[in-house]
Design a protein around this ligand. Structure first.
Ligand SMILES: Nc1c(N[C@@H]2O[C@H](COP(=O)(O)O)[C@@H](O)[C@H]2O)[nH]c(=O)[nH]c1=O
Length: 153
């Protein structure tokens, strides 16, 4: 079976990066994975001054809008690091919040797909041919947490 997710208020909404599950990474608490991910786009760039605004954005939608502004310059290595940035944040989210960790583990070996109509990198896109990198990260995190639990039980 394939489990599709996208919006927070839809089934499996806790798999969305916009879900209200904060993460602490290197001593800073971010209110969603999306806040953290969007801010990392500008670390070391000439537009790094935007980071505090992304951090303080009231909603993940606002954080994403700031991070997606096309006139700002992304860090030069963004394409090379973005998947690892996302992986670290998603892993931290599911290690931190037990209730959504249980939801993730309960998906067993089902395929997880971010059903984004316009994102062919993180999601599957409108025609389902996208790379689904967020779904792959979630399945990877699921496997990692399962292995961790085996070792400590
Ligand atoms: N869930 C979700 C989205 N999808 C998320 O958008 C992020 C990619 O952003 P970018 O790299 O700036 O294009 C990534 O976290 C992906 O999971 N986008 C939305 O506008 N609304 C939403 O509810």
């Amino acid at each position: 079976m394939t489990i599709y997710f996208y919006k927070v208020w839809e089934p499996y909404g806790c798999f969305s990066n916009f879900s209200p599950h904060g993460i602490e990474i290197r001593g800073t608490y971010w209110s969603t994975v999306e806040h953290y991910y969007q801010a990392q786009k500008f670390v070391g760039s000439v537009d790094a001054a935007i980071i505090p605004s992304i951090y303080a954005a009231e909603t993940p939608e606002q954080a994403a809008a700031l991070g997606r502004c096309s006139t700002r310059q992304l860090r030069s290595d963004w394409d090379a690091v973005k998947t690892q940035v996302m992986k670290e944040a998603v892993l931290k989210k599911f290690l931190t919040h037990a209730e959504i960790r249980d939801t993730l583990l309960a998906t067993g070996d089902n395929l997880l797909v971010e059903n984004s109509p316009n994102d062919y990198f993180w999601g599957c896109g409108a025609d389902k041919t996208g790379e689904n990198c967020l779904g792959k990260i979630l399945m990877n995190v699921r496997e990692e947490i399962r292995n961790l639990l085996c070792r400590y039980q």
